[in-house]
Write a protein that binds this ligand. Sequence first.
Ligand code: GDD
Ligand code: MN
Length: 377
Amino acid sequence: MSQQTPAQPSCAPPMLTVVVPTYKEAESVAELARRVSLALEGIDWELIFVDDDSPDGTPERVRELARQDPRIRLIQRIGRRGLSSACIEGMLATSAPFLAVMDGDLQHDETLLPRMLQTIETENLDIVIGSRYVEGGGVGEWNAKRHSMSRLATRIGQYLIHAELQDPMSGFFMVRAEVLRSCVRRLSGVGFKILLDIFSAAEPPLRFRELPFTFRQREAGSSKLEQAVLWEYLLMLAQKVIGPVIPVRFIAFSLIGGLGVFVHMAVLWPVLNLFGTGAFLLGQSAATLVAMTSNFFLNNLLTYRDMRLRGKQLLWGWFTFVMACSVGALANVGIADYLFNQSHSGWFFSALAGILVGAVWNYAVTAVYTWKRPRST
Ligand code: GDD
Ligand code: MN
């Protein structure tokens, strides 16, 4: 039998894909699509929204838009959060040669897109950045705290990537698809500093150019980056410094575990003081439970921020955390008790040894059972 080749479709892949990460931007997506479509007239484009299952109806709004315009698409991620990883997935979901990333809240200036495309092509660059800090750019009205935070983060960023980039924190840029794909496996994907991530992962150094734009005021919804920004930024820096060998979650888990040691001792110490050393087993057990609970909540808030358990899931998660760690806790209390009573080691050393054994268990087991579980919502 002769093989039949299906007829070729008449349309080629688009020249430019604009990736827009969204979380609770229902009020802005239609206007954004309208503005992008207006700005890119004459260019073959595609617009991909990557939404992390916003509860405010953003994905439904985007689907409505997509029904009217096939150039608009939606990637809806369930049980995940994270600006960087959303951008990465959007950029990998297309075969266009040029990829732009832009916020979904209308704060970035879409009219810059055609100039970005022209610049990257004619100057043969790897990446073009929409910059608030080069001549002609600006940040609109920002309060002093946000200003100084941004400045500090910018300095650290410049130091990190060894590039004279004035705005390494910008979330508005256009990159060649092959450049992104050549470094995508080295990206940390954590937090929201995707541009910084690309710059530090790329080899050889990127040929870039910054084009000025004015960061607009947010019109609807609210910024999601305020609370966790610094923490995620520090995590990403830690990842870059320590290298890809140690996963960033383990670093976070260890930091929180370290804090848990203080919580543990803070419970154990008054028990020993009140009831004497005879109460060591009781004190160690109580301290373990308290430290375990506080570690669970901190890890849920920070280490597993992108898979955070909420509401009922939080209770269930705490329960599985405690259950999964019970083996570790038994070993913890058992070893500590043995060291303290049988080997007559000091109370502090005994407790610490118990904690260490427990910690290894905790990380390995909870990574699988508490946060990695497929969830139903
Ligand atoms: N998919 C997804 N998942 N999108 C997200 C998430 C998330 O977890 N968090 C935020 N976003 C989306 C928002 O919906 C918005 O479209 C965009 O990412 C930027 O988030 P904002 O909350 O508006 O951030 P911002 O205005 O404070 O931050 C801006 O400035 C930073 C530098 O100071 C952004 O331009 C950042 O990209 C930039 O790094
Ligand atoms: Mn914003």
